[in-house]
Write a new protein. Structure first.
Length: 153
C-alpha cells in the first residue's frame, strides 16, 4: 500500500467505523419512534462512509493540499461557537433557544454585510427565525420526535 493511499485509508476507516457504530446505536435504542430520524440520517451517512472507504481503498481519492492558515482562521470562530453550543448552551438553554442563538451568531460571524447596517440585522434575524421555524416544524410536526429538553423548551 502506498503512503498516499494509506493517508486516505486510515481516516476513511475511522469514519466508517464511527458511522457504523452510530448506525448500530440508532437501531438498538428504545423507544424506536424517537430514533426514526437518527436511523434515516445514520443510514445515509453510513452509505457515504462506505463510498468514501471504497474510494480510499481503490486509490481514487484525490490528494489534497491540507488546510491553509487563512482557511483555519475562517473556520475557528464557527468551531468555537459550535463547541459552546454542543457542550454548554444546548443543555443549559434548551434546544430551540440555544440553536437560535448559535445560528444567529454563526450567521453574524460569516455574513459579509457590515455589522452596523440595520438592514443586515433585519435579514439575519428574519432568516434565523425562519430557519428555526422550519426546524421546529420538521421535528415536532412532521417527524413527531422530542428534541432535547432544557431550561426553556
Amino acid at each position: 500500500m502506498t503512503s498516499v493511499r494509506g493517508q486516505h485509508l486510515v481516516p476513511a476507516s475511522l469514519v466508517l467505523g464511527l458511522a457504523g457504530f452510530v448506525t448500530w446505536l440508532s437501531f438498538t435504542q428504545e423507544p424506536a419512534d424517537a430514533f426514526l430520524f437518527p436511523r434515516l440520517i445514520s443510514v445515509f451517512f453510513l452509505s457515504l462512509a462506505v463510498w468514501n472507504f471504497a474510494r480510499a481503498a481503490l486509490g481514487l481519492a484525490k490528494v489534497g493540499a491540507g488546510i491553509s492558515n487563512a482557511t483555519l482562521r475562517n473556520i475557528l470562530p464557527g468551531l468555537a461557537v459550535m463547541l459552546v453550543y454542543v457542550f454548554f448552551a444546548a443543555r443549559g438553554l434548551g434546544f430551540y433557544v440555544a440553536s437560535t442563538l448559535a445560528f444567529l451568531v454563526l450567521y453574524t460571524l460569516y455574513d459579509p454585510t457590515p455589522i452596523r447596517e440595520m438592514r443586515g440585522w433585519l435579514m439575519r434575524i428574519s432568516i434565523t427565525l425562519g430557519f428555526m421555524t422550519v426546524i421546529y416544524a420538521l421535528f415536532v410536526l412532521l417527524l413527531k420526535v422530542q428534541t432535547p429538553r432544557g431550561l426553556f423548551f
